[in-house]
Design a protein around this ligand. Structure first.
Ligand code: SAH
Ligand code: TMP
Ligand code: ZN
Length: 405
């Protein structure tokens, strides 16, 4: 039996997606034979409410000098993080010598605003290639994995922190106790930890099972985060749902008793009870809905193949690795995936080995159907792709349900 990574109670998987490759592990044909696979299974802990992977992948296999995810590829996320930086500077930076630390700072998409404002800042980013982009922009960055040991080093060298940030990174870190212990030591008495990650409530509501992959070790709710914070003398003081990455939650956390607790926290906890996020049965039902979603997507793809239609994927996202491998979407069903990230182009998608091509290929000769793997950027993409629809192209989406648009 597997032990919960937060409270150590025994947990069992409620779903198994089978053998999975590394979600961001785009590869060349000479790497096909040694491709790494693990069992993608998810469990729910009825003691602390944390939803989590049963088997985790060594972080060094995912975050390294060829990490394929560059945050700044999405204009919409650029705007989102500019708003976050503005909010932090307005509400949480009280002194000109305030110190802001961000983990998973990637190419500097958020920290650049603090650097440009001349504020004391530090990014912690273990993937060398993306960290280098940030350093080239003049952003102070250390290329390491954050944990309690690194927190103590930062404390000794630079002192305590006013604001500690992390977007789409907390759920990536297996030893969250070490991270929270480190943050507790680093945070000033009135300091604040602000982080956001895909929200379990949205995954359950939208059946967005493609949020489940190796990098996402945990699927947070306010309840499970409150439990974790409490283990470290911290508490959730505010929560704010975010309309990005398919539905995220932003958590504001402080030392117990240091800041006022917003009524939004109790409100969100009540919503979670209503949705049944604390009940095992909810996840059994989710498994059933995921299986139905897979079956209907495959029915449509098989039907399009019978009609000899050309189907291309849009966005070689990390999420698409779960969909293609779980459903069995092979290059005979989806001919290629269009993606704007240079490091992915010319390579093949993990596991099912669909070629990843430049966006120019998509534009030059539109496919009949585009399977929208980057559904979380649907607004931005559909606004840019009017011409595809005018030329008769159709979108195939699968979240929240399988649909041709
Ligand atoms: N914050 C960015 C990037 C998210 S991707 C955004 O929201 O777009 C997750 C990032 O976290 C990757 O760049 C990865 O290298 C980094 N990361 C993974 N484990 C980490 C750890 N233990 N400490 C700090 N960063 C980590
Ligand atoms: P994400 O869902 O993890 O943010 O990844 C989005 C991927 O989709 C990334 O590889 C870039 C790609 N993409 C495009 O190819 N075209 C687009 O218009 C957008 C928004 C993303
Ligand atoms: Zn637990």
């Amino acid at each position: 039996m597997k032990k919960c990574m937060i409270c150590k109670e025994s947990i069992a998987p409620f779903i198994s997606f089978g053998q999975m490759p590394i979600a961001n592990g785009f590869l060349n044909p000479d790497q096909f034979d040694d491709e790494y696979f693990y069992q993608l299974q998810v469990g729910f802990c009825s003691n602390c409410s944390m939803v989590q992977l049963i088997e985790t992948v060594d972080p060094a296999k995912m975050f390294h000098k060829e990490y394929a995810f560059f945050s700044s590829t999405s204009t919409r996320m650029g705007v989102h993080f500019k708003h976050l930086a503005d909010l932090v500077m307005k509400d949480y930076i009280k002194e000109p010598d305030a110190f802001v630390v961000e983990i998973g700072s990637n190419d500097g998409i958020t920290l650049q605003h603090f650097a440009n404002a001349g504020l004391n800042h530090l990014g912690i980013e273990p993937s060398q290639n993306v960290a280098q982009v940030a350093m080239d922009k003049g952003i102070q960055t250390v290329c390491e994995f954050f944990d309690e040991r690194l927190a103590m080093e930062i404390l000794a060298e630079k002192g305590q922190v006013d604001v500690f940030l992390g977007t789409n990174v907390m759920c990536h870190i297996p030893d969250l106790h070490s991270v929270f212990a480190g943050i507790r030591r680093l945070l000033k008495p009135e300091g604040v930890l602000i982080f956001e990650d895909p929200y379990l409530g949205d995954i359950v509501k939208k059946i967005s099972y493609d949020q489940i992959y190796d990098e996402h070790i945990f699927y947070f709710s306010v309840k499970s985060i409150a439990y974790l914070a409490d283990c470290h003398g911290l508490e959730v003081v505010d929560v704010k749902p975010q309309d990005v990455h398919g539905g995220s939650m932003r958590y504001f956390i402080a030392h117990k008793g240091a800041l006022n607790v917003s009524s939004a926290v109790a409100g969100q906890l009540a919503e979670e009870e209503e949705l049944g996020l604390h009940l095992h049965g909810t996840y059994e039902r989710l498994r059933h809905k995921i299986q139905l979603s897979r079956d209907s997507l495959m029915d449509v793809l098989h039907d399009l193949r019978r009609q000899k239609k050309c189907v291309a994927g849009y966005g070689a996202t990390s999420k698409s690795t779960t969909v293609t491998n779980y459903c069995g979407i092979t290059p005979d069903l989806v001919e290629y995936i269009s993606d704007t990230t240079p490091i992915k182009q010319g390579k093949f998608s993990p596991g099912v080995h669909i070629p990843v091509c430049s966006y120019q290929k998509f534009k030059k000769k539109y496919p009949d159907y585009a399977l929208l793997f980057a559904w979380n950027h649907a607004k931005e993409i559909m606004a840019n792709e009017n011409n595809f629809c005018r030329c008769g192209g159709k979108w195939l989406v699968y979240v929240p349900g399988v649909k041709v648009i």
